[in-house]
Design a protein around this ligand. Structure first.
Ligand code: HEC
Ligand code: HEC
Ligand code: HEC
Length: 345
């Protein structure tokens, strides 16, 4: 018999109801225990690898930062290790019953490029349980995670424990691992908390918890912490003494002039009209002594319309809208060296 267009049309008409009938009869197994057929397994992995490869080609990423290991490890320990395990922490048995099993990443990361890992971390993998990053605007956080994944295969259990164990101090254990025992910061990508006002801390924590300020790392850190506890932590942290600013003077740039008078021709206001001392509005954070990389990242988020926050975050977004990249870097460097001032209530 010759196959004619007519036959193909019949097949196309019959296939969907037939599939629906099979599904309705309940003969298609959905149990995870028996695993996939080898061919299904191959096909799913082939599809996943191809999809990630193509998406990553269209979305290249800059080099992952080399100064973000601690906050990324802290996030990995809470958000990823429960499925993927970590050095010295095998995957729990209930996770091994998932289909597909979350793989031990130590042997896997080497087979992906940075852009591919970034793609997986930001977008997750459909139908597998691999979740997307909870803050989709934060490509920079995804890149911090890629840097950690690159380091993972070389970490001994002791190295890993050293990265994720919270030091004892006056900050709760759920915070001190990244922000330091006295809130004085944990490297260039993590803000110092000591010296900020209670109002600013409380408003920031509420914004993370409610999603108004996007950060996958902080969203997870405050997840499940009752709002009264967060308010209590804010009250407590606001009493911690402010710390020394940077020791080296910032390089000579136009930054102090922008801070004092702004760049009216670009619509940039004088930063110190709000951030100068004494700050009249407790919702305005202290910038002196914050790490430059952190300040620059926040300024880029404000400028790009991705940084929420407390009730006055929109005025800050307007202030940053006209900033150019070099201006952001020089302002961040200058403010990070400015001496910190005592906190206000
Ligand atoms: C609920 C469990 C779960 C959580 C939580 C989870 N993953 Fe996954 N992940 C998976 C599963 C399942 C796969 C396998 C996907 C597949 O086989 O296509 C996977 C795959 C991956 C892969 C690709 C590995 C490979 O070679 O196939 C990477 C990289 C990865 N996850 C990183 C992370 C990171 C980083 C986090 C934390 C931010 C995370 N995962 C959180 C379940 C999880
Ligand atoms: C896994 C690391 C990690 C943990 C744990 C963590 N933080 Fe953070 N925190 C960060 C990072 C990274 C940022 C910057 C996020 C951003 O880009 O908005 C941040 C930002 C903040 C800010 C905003 C500060 C500012 O200047 O705007 C506050 C407040 C804060 N954290 C408080 C806490 C508290 C309280 C806890 C404990 C409940 C906590 N953090 C736990 C890493 C962490
Ligand atoms: C009109 C008042 C105002 C002006 C002018 C202003 N800011 Fe802000 N800025 C704020 C407020 C309010 C916030 C806090 C937003 C929030 O998270 O609720 C803020 C936050 C910031 C932050 C984030 C700090 C952190 O800990 O996350 C940076 C960085 C910053 N400003 C830098 C600048 C720079 C640089 C300029 C000058 C170009 C400037 N600001 C001008 C009001 C202002």
């Amino acid at each position: 018999m010759r196959i004619r267009a007519r036959h193909l049309l019949y097949a196309l008409l019959v296939a969907p109801p037939a599939a629906l009938l099979l599904a309705w009869l309940g003969v298609i197994g959905v149990g995870a225990a028996s695993g996939h057929w080898a061919v299904t397994d191959w096909f799913l992995h082939f599809t996943m690898r191809s999809s990630v490869r193509t998406a990553a080609l269209l979305d290249p990423v800059p080099a992952p930062p080399d100064d973000a290991l601690r906050p990324a490890a802290g996030h990995y320990d809470r958000g990823c290790a429960p499925c993927h395990g970590a050095p010295g922490k095998p995957r729990p048995p209930q996770v091994l019953g998932m289909l597909p099993k979350p793989p031990d990443l130590v042997g896997r990361v080497g087979s992906w490029s940075d852009a591919e890992l970034h793609r997986i971390v930001m977008h997750g993998v459909r139908f597998t349980g691999m979740p997307a990053w909870p803050a989709q605007a934060r490509d920079d956080e995804g890149l911090m995670m890629v840097a950690f994944l690159r380091a993972l295969p070389d970490l001994s259990p002791e190295d890993y424990a050293g990265l994720v164990t919270a030091p004892e101090g006056t900050l709760p254990a759920g915070c001190s691992g990244c922000h330091g025992p006295e809130g004085r910061g944990g490297g260039p990508r993590v803000p110092r908390l000591a010296g900020q006002s209670e109002t600013y801390l409380r408003q920031s924590l509420a914004a993370y918890a409610q999603g108004g300020r996007e950060s996958g790392i902080m969203a997870q850190a405050v997840n499940g912490v009752p709002s009264e506890t967060l308010a209590e932590i804010a009250r407590h942290v606001a009493r911690l003494p402010a710390t020394d600013g940077g020791a080296d003077p910032a390089p000579a740039t136009p930054a102090p002039a922008i801070a004092r008078v702004g760049r009216p021709e670009h619509g940039v206001p004088a930063c110190l009209s709000c951030h100068g001392e004494p700050r009249k509005n407790p919702s305005v954070p202290r910038l002196g002594g914050q790490p430059a990389a952190y300040l620059a990242a926040q300024l880029r988020l404000f400028r790009d319309g991705e940084r929420g926050g407390g009730p006055y975050a929109n005025v800050m977004a307007r202030a940053a809208a006209g900033l150019e990249d070099e201006e952001i870097d020089m302002l961040a460097a200058w403010f990070s060296q400015a001496p910190p001032e005592p906190a206000k209530p």
